[in-house]
Write a protein that binds this ligand. Sequence first.
Ligand code: PEP
Ligand code: MG
Length: 920
Amino acid sequence: MERSIYFFGGGQADGDAQQKELLGGKGAGLAEMTRLGIPVPPGFTVTTEVCNAYYAAGRALPAGVEDEIRAAIGRLESLLDARFGSAEAPLLVSVRSGARASMPGMMDTILNLGLNDEIARGLAERTGSERFALDAYRRFILTYADIVLGVPRDRFEEALGRARKQAAARLGVDATRLNAAELERKVPDSLLDPESLAALIQRQKDIVLGATGRPFPDDPYVQLWGAIRAVFDSWKNHRAQVYRKMHDIPEAWGTACNVQAMVFGNLGDDSGTGVAFTRDPSTGERRFYGEWLPNAQGEDVVAGVRTPHPLSRSGTGGGVDDARSLEAQMPDVYAELVEVQATLERHFRDMQDLEFTIQQKKLFLLQCRTGKRTGRAAVRIAVEMAKEGLISQREAILRVDPGSIDQLLHPSIDPSAPKKLLARGLPASPGAATGQVVFSADEAERRAGQGKAVILVRSETSPEDIHGMKAARGILTARGGMTSHAAVVARGMGKSCVAGCSAISVSQGQMAVTLYDDHGHPTDTITVKAGDLITLDGGTGTVYLGAVPTVPAALSGEFEELMVWADAVRRLRVRSNADTPHDARTARNFGAEGIGLCRTEHMFFDEERIQAMREMILADGEAGRRRALAKLLPFQRGDFVGVFREMAGLPVTIRLLDPPLHEFLPQDEAQLHQLSKAMGVPAQDLSRKNEELVEYNPMLGHRGCRLAITSPEIYEMQARAIVEAACEVAAAGIEVEPEIMIPLSMTRRELAITRALVEGVAEKVFAEKGRRVDVRFGTMIELPRAALVAGELAEEAEFFSFGTNDLTQTALGISRDDAGRFLGAYVEAGIFAKDPFQSLDAAGVGELVEIGRDRGRAARPGLKLGVCGEHGGDPSSIAFFERAGLDYVSCSPFRVPVARLAAAQAALAAESARGPRATD
Ligand code: PEP
Ligand code: MG
């Protein structure tokens, strides 16, 4: 460690904006602003290395750091002509954390440090306001006691209430019938007079003494060491840990600690404090935007106790807000602030979030960092900045988080709306949805038919629930992971879904919800009944009680522009997983370049079809099966015609039947009897057959191409439907590119058999129709063995599509339908950085993909390679597929824009890894 302290002040700074790792975002920003000549109260940053050394030494400041800090305080004193610990010219400081990545509100801040009774008196004299000095002092004791000494804030509430009552009596307010909130409204902090404040301070000190057994520390240096330690400690507090986990921030980064001379925004009406953004963080509009409060300090603006005023006049003329704006109240300060924000945005070439304080008409900047923004704002700001020439188009592409694009495509929760958290599950499919709870698919359909918005709540969904999922606004399940049926289907439909929400249990027409505290301990159970309102946020996996207002989806012109720029740089093609003509159209509208996976089984669940399907499965012998399949053929053909038309001129990969047959079987007695009547077969016989089909491990059982080995007539019918549809559409002059894909293969022989079958059917159809179309034959790679023998499989297959859902399941030996129960704990324990069903396990499953690629391409040069598992729509997995040199990814329609942007970013990253381009 070369040095522990980086000083800034008087126009000079030891650090700069590049040193975020060492100084944290806040420290680096303060240093850079100082260098730019922007008015910043002087101070210094204790580095993140000191934080890490502090932990390494068992929470002790490393030797020498205290001396360096004393020297830095000395520099502050001479710069400001004040002294730390002196009553004549008191120097007070703020102590704040500041990590490399911004973690708003996650860590602790202490203001007004350096006060004791004597210094508070000095401050009163110096500022001419006893009220101000005592108010600063009592706030300091409160935060210091809470953050450093561990005496919880609520212990002081009663004392504050008493002070308010005293002040009320003096003001002539009758406080006898007021509750705490009403009292605060009648006697706000600003009305606490010096006498009540002095008494309050004494009581606060007594509380500290009672709670800790020691008096509140009077020595400013003792206060300072305690505060710095507390800032470092806060890096590992529970809140910060949860936030880090949510945002993938490594614990090893540590936080820096900034000690800075206090400036006061609460010295009267010519003072104030505020926050500002150089552009509107919610819409992205290029306008200086922010809020301020006169005569206020620190967190007052964000704390929400007083309503802040706008910075700028609205431009629409008049109004109270305009009159209270900083522009109207202090035009000179406002003009300076406008200039400062423009300088900062130009300098940092990105939207900045600023914190400022005005002390007696003098402006100080306290913070400047890259501003957080909504997905919508991110797109607009990136595109407009590129057009303004501030950044390049490539930078614009890299500026937008592909994950945030989801916000643009789905309605989202209104961030300012009040909400009551009910439970958390997996963020299975983004979007916000509010509706009445229903517990069955039929009920969902019935209530939706009456015009009601409903949320379908199930332990887990099965293909039987499709109609209910279609009718519902959102889906909530207690079990299942990120590739469970509910998750995959909801994503395909673009519907909000929270899956694997283990806090709920569904039975007998109601759901019991276990409530947890911040530490994950159960606190209570509540019951939600059919008809009760809940709201889902599928983007975060959160469930709220009641209706929470949402903001509708809206695609802007800037979004289209950004997509055009992204398409120009990406190499990976983006296709979509779509099972119906409707989904195919949605996908194409979002820019899909073909269908990478059409799951034919989803076509069998409509009422008229499921009956024929069941007949086929339960028929005795081939003849019975063929009779039932003949009923299904026209339906399948019709679907394929629709899909081919929607995807005119683009490839369409159709996968032959995959799931275990029992998924299609009657679920209850009523369905069994209906079927028995239709087939003229006794119900007992059907029931026995039904039982025979039950498997212990259906996912590893009789599914995929194994079905075709035992009952080839199923694939025969499907191949015929595909080829007939292709011929029909081609005959209408529409270009078709059918690709037939075999699921779950693991041997060359399986492919040789199914290929002969498909080709045989195709030849027959060509002869019947008197025309030929090109039909490609390929397979999914979903089993480790398939990846290993990819060379042999490529002898038969013209393309591979990695089914990374099953490949993850089979490589890890983790059931994708049960993973939700324990994968959370795996991620929490750091065993997996992310859910491997969501984000590709590059080290394991990724290597299988690479082996499959190498062995496949060695046997068949130019073999087309794609991915159709859910990872095809996940940005970090897409980066892996780019590096792996695959040809395309395929994802649900609503993720197509996400994938286009992620593919472009991955291409740019790959390019910069190869070295700078000659033209840049
Ligand atoms: C897969 O396994 O990755 C896949 C796409 O198929 P499914 O999810 O239908 O099993
Ligand atoms: Mg699969």
